[in-house]
Write a protein of this length. Structure first.
Length: 310
């Protein structure tokens, strides 16, 4: 399955998804160090912050400041998560390029996470679409569907429910459909079936996947998504992450391991793996009590990397 000269986008989400689950708050200066180091390593897509009330998520209290700094890199695509109109207004004022709205397919998770039903979140999504329509600069609006493959609170999430939400998000004006395995329930077969069904509805607007590695299925699920033509994947440095409102959900796919796999398969990410691994020191210094994961960091980059034979 070698795919020479094929581009794959790895979006670093550690600054948002990774840090929101951290026990301590990373200082702004260290977030800036992270942005600088990631950019120097070749990362060009970053989900940097959530625009939510600081009392609810103190880890994101400096969201506007961090986004403002990141805008100094003119070819860096900056994404922020917003749960409502107020958050969208703040994100737009800060100057983000993409807004992702978390829309849980699970009714139970949606109430726990944003205190609204999935239907109410789709309505909120439509309001944010209207806000974006009035902007001078083009902003991509992402429907970030969470708990697509199962929920620790609700249990099974039906494929029909996923497809129904996708249709409603498209009707509300989604530019991009992104699917997330928030709780790490997804299996390769389930991923294959879900992608096939959603592609029939969303077509080229369905471009991105967000996997968690709770049960070690993050990279196998990524392989299946690649086979279905998906080329953008979220990942977090050191595997940081998890959803505070999804009990038992552990971190994201490890950015270092994902880049290693993609580059070894012939996908061009533009990311320097050695520099990426070295970045882990930033997290160790700023958040010394946070566990870090990743096979490449543990075993080392082999001298054969990336070995590709046509």
């Amino acid at each position: 399955m070698v795919q020479a000269d094929t581009k794959a986008i790895v979006q670093e989400v550690g600054l948002r998804d990774g840090l929101q689950a951290a026990a301590c708050t990373m200082p702004t200066k260290d977030k800036i160090r992270w942005i600088d180091a990631a950019y120097q390593a070749g990362v060009r897509h970053m989900e940097i912050a959530s625009f939510v009330p600081p009392r609810l998520l103190p880890q994101m209290a400096d969201a506007a400041e961090v986004v403002t700094y990141a805008k100094g890199y003119h070819d860096l695509v900056i994404t922020a998560l917003v749960p409502n109109e107020k958050g969208a207004l703040n994100a737009l004022a800060a100057g983000v390029h993409r807004i992702v709205v978390p829309i849980s397919v699970s009714h139970a998770h949606s109430l726990a996470n944003v205190h609204k039903t999935p239907a109410a979140m789709v309505e909120e999504f439509g309001k944010i679409r209207t806000l974006i329509a009035n902007q001078k600069n083009p902003i991509n609006l992402v429907a970030g569907l969470s708990t697509v493959f199962g929920c620790t609170l609700q249990g099974i999430v039906s494929l029909q429910a996923v497809c129904d939400i996708v249709e409603k998000c498209l009707e509300a004006g989604a530019d991009i459909i992104a699917l997330a395995d928030t709780t790490g329930h997804a299996t390769p077969l389930q991923v294959s079936q879900t992608i096939a069904a959603v592609k029939k509805i969303a077509g080229s607007k369905f471009t991105s996947m967000h996997f968690h590695d709770t049960r070690g299925m993050g990279l196998p699920n990524t392989l299946v998504a690649l086979e279905h033509g998906i080329r953008e994947f979220d990942a977090s440095l050191g595997g940081l992450g998890g959803c505070p409102n999804a009990p038992g959900a552990t971190g994201n796919v490890v950015t270092e391991d994902l880049v290693y796999m993609l580059e070894s398969m012939g996908y061009a990410t533009g990311i320097d793996l050695a520099k990426l691994v070295a970045m882990r020191d930033i997290i160790r210094q700023a958040l010394p009590n946070e566990p870090l994961y990743g096979f490449i960091a543990r075993a080392g980059i082999p001298i054969s990397y990336p070995f590709i034979q046509s």
